[in-house]
Design a protein around this ligand. Structure first.
Ligand SMILES: [Zn+2]
Length: 455
């Protein structure tokens, strides 16, 4: 039995236009046999099935290369690392992976997660236990005292349940890489900066150039992809020179970084959604606001946009990813905002943004030669919309516009089940956000009449 999909408009991911009146044909295994004009399509047998989407826009399933399945919509670093057991986080991660699939994302890369959460979710979906997106899984970030995820005081270190694995020698780094590969990861994440700055404000790379090269060489020797967190210039340069496959953020890249990226083939996932949501959503009473995070994010965002545009103009591929998994980037809610921001802030056309989130992202994913475009030999991973994102990229964010999601030719029928966020992620121990000195209390008492009047 084959399935014939009548498409009002078919966007294959291979070109900038959608073609009208085309048909997609896929077999029982969910592999595409034909994509083209209805008139030239294979003959239909009586047992074949027809899906009539002749009033709709059909395109490849979206891919997000930056969705952390273990974070659970975290409000703080402790929330990511400490407050819930790995077993609970895995079940929660499966639930949230389904939320992301229901939003039209048929494949995700989870670059950096505690324990073996992402790869367990990947395997459970792959074994047919649950419906869900295709998952490209990493393990814990490999980090040093200068890198992201070693964010607690040195006498605490990175606990076993943390998303980071602290290594103190290059031998330990290699051991961790080999162990992760044995456990079955698709990629290894290196925390190349994120914690320490020099007195001039510059972020310090967590590993030396030589150490970075040794790690990346070993990851590649074992047949896996290397991904890195790098915001500063130094870490971005080390990553690019070492041939890290995908660099997240890279806000402070310069011409030397671009040249190295072109030489080794590194791509960038600038990850616009997390900072933009931080800028746009953080409320004045929140600790993030009081610490000046939105302002800092704004500055970094502006610097980043100018640099990412330069890198793109030079020919460095830009991949879409959101840093989903934080309280400002809940699963399935904003994944498609990244495409809107690619258009608004990086000057992509809607077609180029769609191709970034499908064809270009697929080029990085494990098994990516089977996804990302709708053409013979590829998987029938596609979504059905009742409006064209080529006319307005924001329609991808409207749940009411998304009619169906197919993975390997099977419609994913995931119920939009509500959940109690306080029992899912809100385990932080903080009770107060203010400090009640005598002076502060006196100040508050003075403000009280005004507050009362405002009510
Ligand atoms: Zn991230």
């Amino acid at each position: 039995m084959r399935t014939f999909v009548r498409c009002g408009q078919l966007f294959s991911g291979r070109e900038d236009d959608a073609r009208k009146g085309e048909t997609l044909v896929f077999d029982q295994q969910g592999v595409i046999e034909y994509a083209g004009p209805e008139a030239a399509s294979p003959r239909r047998a009586r047992s074949d099935q027809v899906l009539d989407y002749s009033g709709c826009f059909v395109m490849p399933g979206l891919i997000d290369v930056h969705t952390h399945l273990a974070y659970g919509n975290a409000k703080s670093e402790e929330d990511i690392d400490l407050y819930s057991p790995l077993e609970f986080r895995t079940l929660r991660g499966m639930f949230f992976a389904q939320k992301v699939a229901a939003a039209g994302f048929t494949a995700i890369c989870s670059p950096g997660d505690a324990g073996q959460i992402s790869l367990s979710i990947r395997n459970a979906i792959r074994a047919g236990l649950f419906d869900g997106p295709r998952v490209m899984a990493a393990g814990r970030y490999v980090t040093t005292h200068q890198g992201l995820t070693d964010w607690y005081p040195s006498w605490i270190g990175a606990p076993e349940t943390s998303i980071g694995k602290l290594v103190t020698t290059i031998a330990e780094a290699i051991e961790e890489i080999r162990r992760q590969v044995k456990d079955g990861v698709d990629c290894v994440k290196i925390a190349l900066d994120g914690i320490q700055r020099r007195d001039n404000g510059e972020l310090v790379a967590a590993f030396t150039q030589e150490e970075t090269e040794i790690m990346v060489r070993e990851i590649h020797r074992l047949g896996k992809k290397a991904v890195a967190h790098a915001r500063g210039r130094e870490a971005t340069l080390y990553a690019a020179r070492s041939g890290v496959d995908l660099i997240f953020h890279a806000n402070h890249l310069d011409d030397e970084c671009i040249a190295a990226m072109l030489e080794t083939g590194s791509a960038i996932s600038p990850t616009l959604t997390h900072p933009r949501n931080t800028i746009d959503f953080t409320q004045p009473h929140e600790p993030a606001f009081l610490k000046g995070r939105p302002e800092h994010a704004q500055r970094e965002y502006e610097i980043g946009c100018a640099n990412w545009k330069k890198a793109r103009a030079a020919g460095v591929p830009l991949l879409t990813g959101t840093d989903t998994g934080f309280a400002v980037t809940p699963y399935g809610e904003w994944n498609a905002r990244e495409l809107e921001l690619f258009v608004e802030d990086l000057g992509f056309t809607p077609a180029a943004a769609l191709r970034a989130a499908t064809e270009v992202n697929a080029g990085f994913m494990t098994g990516g030669d089977r996804i990302g475009t709708l053409e013979p030999g590829r998987a029938a991973d596609f979504i059905v919309l009742d409006a064209s994102p080529l006319a307005d990229i924001r329609v991808l964010q409207e749940k009411s516009r998304l009619h169906a999601v197919y993975i390997a030719g099977k419609e994913v029928g995931l119920p939009d089940r509500p959940y109690d966020p306080r029992q899912v992620t809100d385990f932080a121990l903080s009770n107060w956000t203010d400090l009640y000195t005598r002076a502060r209390v006196a100040e508050l008492r003075q403000q009280r009449p005004t507050l009362a009047a405002a009510e």
